[in-house]
Design a binder for this molecule. Sequence first.
Ligand code: 5GP
Length: 178
Amino acid sequence: MNNDIKEILITEDEIINRCKELGKEITKDYQGKTPILIGLLKGSVPFLAELMKRIEINMEIDFMDVSSYSGTESTGDVRIDKDLSNSIVGDDVIVVEDIVDTGKTLQKVVGLLYSKGANSVRIVSLLDKPERRIVDLKADYIGFTIPDAFVVGFGLDFNQKYRNLPYVGILKEDCYKE
Ligand code: 5GP
């Protein structure tokens, strides 16, 4: 598995240290509130697990599984494969994502969460690829900004594999071609 990686972009230590910083920021920003971290399955799981340990106020977690489909290519749309377990009416929600690429998925998810009655919705993403953005969307908290390359690890997959790598890396080209 490790042999399939061309280059490690972000090490495990760097991710852990950044999660500590992000946790501090979120702790400060949400004083007196009980935010709900909503992880988008499956890619956000390792990041959410690392980040939540660094948030030092009461908080809750929930998960959603959404898939984009592009019947209408330019707008994109989102299908809910697994919905939230609990109501979020009046809640302060932080969506946890692995990477913001075109931004289409998150834009739809934010709208969806407001339509479910959230009081506020912010986004925390482990990675951001601003060069690829198609819609006007900015994450509120970003772990790392990366160049336009296809990355795997720390939750990010290729054909469902490599999510368990403890770092973020670029796949070797011959792994795509098989
Ligand atoms: P968006 O709607 O922002 O284009 O889609 C974001 C989703 O695309 C991410 O949650 C992720 O599943 C996938 N994605 C975008 N870029 C990458 C990448 O470099 N590597 C992997 N493994 N997935 C990516």
